[in-house]
Design a protein. Sequence first.
Length: 422
Amino acid sequence: MSTVVVAVVPGAAVGPAAIAAAVRARGLRPVFVAVAGALGAPERAAYEGFGPVVECEPDAPEPALALLRPHRPCGITTFSEPLVPLTARLGDGLGLLFHEAETVTLLTDKRAQRGRLARAGVDAVRSIPVTSREEALAAVRELAGPVVVKPVHSHSSRDTHLVADAEGYPADLTPTAERPFVVEEYLRGRDEGDFGDYVSVESLVADDAVHTLGVTGKFPLLDPFREQGQFFPSQLSPAESGEVARLATEAARALGIRRGLVHTEIKLTARGPRIIEVNGRLGAFIADLHRRTTGLDLLELGIAVACGQPVEPSAPAPGDVAFQYWNLPPLAGGALRRVDGVREAEREPGLVDYVTRVPVGSELEPSVMTMRLDFLRGGAADHAAMLRALDRCLAPLRFTFGQPDGTARTWQASRGGLCSPA
């Protein structure tokens, strides 16, 4: 039986059982690759329950390649953003197709990606690379208005800030030559009411053809850019879904993506859809939404394309709406002392399951990145019913955090983020 190499990271949105099931569905066996020392013993054991695990030093991959070659893999892929460059390097060493070197740079370097999309006429967002605080302040003044400041290489909104002007620039945000940032114009979204002002498009590229798999809706962001959840299908009309899908397709072609899954985030503005960013992997947790609404396995499609197998990416139109939601900690962090109301939330008929992501007793540092306290999966007949079901799920949930001064504060879960209990 042929094998496929899958590069993995700890705590990934796509776990070993789901990957193994998709691989087996294609008549293959998985071989997992992880950065040396990244997987803890329990997580490594979970992967080894489905296939061999090979550790790799990113800067010295040859020993890992020597261990992988006897498996004679027919393809290689990853579902994790940080491992796209390593996966490409391993693919080259094994003679397997993945993203080409230039495309890897365009997918992982926000500065390079903005430049290529602008030159290709797909979407031109003003963006200035900076390597010092002084350069960042000058760029904020030059763009003259609200701007987004973020690392050139990042994920999960880590160190991403909305800055109104130079006076509001964060005191502790210092780009360097080793860790450059970009300062770019802020794309102001239109009012979408109960929904977020952005969506994502999942695409599959096979034989140089870009296939749209679906448009995923989002719940509103919390400051500064923290995601609260998503649902499928989106709230957009068929005509507007087609418009954002066309923009995502143009972006994938401009970046030279020739195979694999693509996750494109798109802002809904008064002047039309605009590109937020393009990622060369499947969006986090989105495979679950598609599986529950259409029966289509996006992981299996990604594995098939990686191995050169024929695919049929079309799927039935989704019936019900599937949603995922997660509560986010206070920006100031703190010690999670207790969580109340979980059993009551689990009684909600619209909830599929509730999973704790951060155990009680955890100490959370102040952070602007998306850190999920929990994970709620549910479904409803339509978008209005989804919102009602989610409100019922969140109503009993309370999170108590220890404060720096030794006191404790209890927060109420809500679609607007954690708030003071009524």
